[in-house]
Design a protein around this ligand. Structure first.
Ligand SMILES: [Zn+2]
Ligand SMILES: [Zn+2]
Length: 141
């Protein structure tokens, strides 16, 4: 039996089931991934499109990549979470935003791309304080 990866957006309106193993899991620091995620990178798991069943309404935004292919980023029409992307360079594939996956156990980042665009703040220094959950902290007034 094939492994199934399930996932959903923040509000739960968009969900998916992906069958089998991803072709690759990549972390991308390109400008488009940074801006659309609002963070220093996006992490995506690429699957053959036919292996993924999606449900729910998405908004799609298209742009041309530096390699002149058309990239589509699909996000939940209701909460805005990025859910998946496609690229005309790899037509029969889609890349799921790994943060939407319910259980990504067993998956590891295999490659980093656009490392040259990685912002300096997207890595932790040795002295950064870490809390297991939200600390009881507010800005002082
Ligand atoms: Zn949503
Ligand atoms: Zn990117």
């Amino acid at each position: 039996m094939k492994h199934k990866y399930t996932g959903k957006c923040l509000c739960g309106e968009v969900s998916y089931v992906a069958c089998g193993q991803p072709i690759i899991v990549a972390q991308c620091h390109c400008e488009e991934c940074r801006r659309s995620s609002g963070t220093g990178h996006a992490v995506g798991a690429m699957f053959v499109s036919g292996a993924v069943t999606l449900s729910g309404k998405t908004n799609e935004f298209r742009y041309m990549s530096s390699k002149d292919s058309e990239v589509t980023k699909a996000s939940c029409a209701s909460c805005g979470s990025p859910v998946f992307g496609t690229n005309t360079r790899t037509p029969d594939h889609l890349t799921i935003a790994l943060g939407t996956m319910d259980d990504a156990n067993g998956l590891e980042i295999e490659v980093v791309i656009f490392a040259r665009d990685k912002p300096h703040w997207d890595q932790l220094g040795q002295d950064v304080i870490s809390f297991a959950a939200q600390p009881d902290w507010k800005p002082e007034d």
